[in-house]
Structures are given as C-alpha cells and as structure tokens.
Design a binder for this molecule. Structure first.
Ligand SMILES: Nc1ncnc2c1ncn2[C@@H]1O[C@H](COP(=O)(O)OP(=O)(O)O)[C@@H](O)[C@H]1O
Ligand SMILES: [Mg+2]
Length: 220
C-alpha cells in the first residue's frame, strides 16, 4: 500500500542543510497497522508528510495506493489525498469555530457531499465512537481524549484506505492515550484501513503489528 524507495530528504535553509531522511526504504502492506518509533528530530513527521504528498523528496520514489506521487500534479495530489488518506495529529488540529459534528464532516465538504448527508454520516460515526452526547460541543469544550476521537472520526469519514497518525497520543495521558489506540486498532481490524503511526510512546507503539525504528533519518 505504501512504498518508499531510496528516499532522501534534505531541507535547505539559506546556507544550512539538514538531511532529514537518507536512503530510506519502507514497505507497508495493505491492511496492516505499523508504528514508526524514533526520538524527536529523527525524521518521523517528514516521513508522514512524504506519504501524504505534502512534501517532495530530494531523491527517491513515493508510491501510495498504486500512485507514484511525483508524477501527480498539485491538483491530482489534493484529490488523491482527500480520497485515500485520513490524518490524525498530536494537537488534534480541530478548528474551534466548528462543532464536533461539523469538524468530523469537514472532508465531506471537499468531496462535494451535501450538508444533510454530511451531518448524518458525522453523527453516526461520532456516536459509534461514544460521542453521542458531545455532538454540538466545540473543540475547547471537549477533553483531550474526546477531541482526538473527533479527529479520528474526521480522518475516517471519507472512507480512506490509509490513516496516517503523527504522535496521536502525544498530548494525552496514559489511559486516554490507550483508549485512542484501541480505537485505531479497531478501525484497522474491522474496516481493513491501513494505519501507519509515528510516535515516541512505547505503550502506543505496542498496539501495532510491527514496530519500525528510525534514528537520524535512517531505519534501524
Ligand atoms: N521545514 C523544515 N526546514 C528545515 N529543517 C526541517 C524542517 N522540518 C524539519 N526539519 C529538520 O529535519 C529533521 C527531522 O524533523 P522531523 O521530521 O520533524 O522529525 P520528528 O518528527 O521525528 O521530530 C529535524 O532535524 C528538523 O529540525
Ligand atoms: Mg514530529
């Protein structure tokens, strides 16, 4: 489902160069749940951004769900991303002026789904995630764990093939983080969604089928 072939990423800031990833190869099978672990600065977010087509590698190929991302133009990349990938972030990234329902429904706006259907699908999914009593709450009226469940609903609402999660438990306490991981695991098992998570939380990584380690831009 995800193939990174001989990937290098070098960031250039004026005279300074940072080699964020070097000669990296990674293959993630469809339907798997994998965790990439590494210390801060090891290149985890860079890796996620490559797979999402948000960043072009300095060298190498990124093939996701059969698409070679370097051969898609900007417009096709956006529609590819909207159809194929759901994101979960450390700080939830939920706009505060939308309710839980409207936040969860957001990707359906870009997919051209009508408002009634959007809200119905968002309500159904949020209720499935135990948030039936929080539908009209704004993000700042939710606990961290509830906010992350809304973010997972948003990631899933468009039936993506892949969920990419960047430190999804990074801002949660242990128990709440565990519940969020159980939810990601359930989504992987019951819906067959491929889940790739980066984290430096050992407990969170323990939910994955495989743990891959990254250090200084290389898999070890
Ligand atoms: N936009 C950028 N410009 C320059 N350097 C960057 C940029 N983004 C990340 N880096 C550098 O690349 C390295 C890897 O960063 P990142 O992928 O964010 O690591 P992680 O997510 O594992 O903490 C770090 O040394 C970081 O400082
Ligand atoms: Mg990061």
């Amino acid at each position: 489902m995800i193939h990174l072939e001989n990937i290098s990423v070098e960031y250039r800031l004026k005279s300074e160069r940072v080699q964020a990833l070097r000669n990296l190869n990674l293959h993630v099978r469809e339907g798997s749940f994998e965790a990439i672990m590494g210390p801060s600065g090891s290149g985890k977010t860079t890796l996620i951004q490559l797979i999402a087509g948000l960043l072009t590698p300095t060298a190498g190929e990124v093939i996701v769900s059969g698409e070679n991302l370097s051969r898609l133009g900007d417009e096709k990349i956006s529609s590819f991303r909207n159809r194929t990938i759901g994101f979960v972030f450390q700080f939830f990234n939920l706009p505060n002026y939308y309710t839980a329902v409207d936040n969860a429904a957001l990707p359906l706006v870009f997919a051209g789904v009508d408002e009634r259907t959007r809200r119905l699908r968002a309500r159904t999914l949020l209720a499935e995630f135990g948030l039936q009593d929080r539908l009209d709450h704004k993000p700042d009226q939710l606990s961290g764990g509830e906010a992350q469940r809304v973010a997972i609903a948003r990631a899933l609402i468009n039936n993506p093939k892949i969920i990419l999660a960047d430190e999804p438990t990074g801002n949660l306490d242990r128990d709440t983080g565990g519940h969020v991981m159980e939810l990601l695991q359930k989504i992987n098992r019951e819906r067959g969604v491929t889940v790739l998570m980066v984290t430096h939380d050992e407990k969170a990584a323990g939910f994955a089928q495989r743990i891959i380690r990254i250090e200084k831009g290389e898999l070890v």
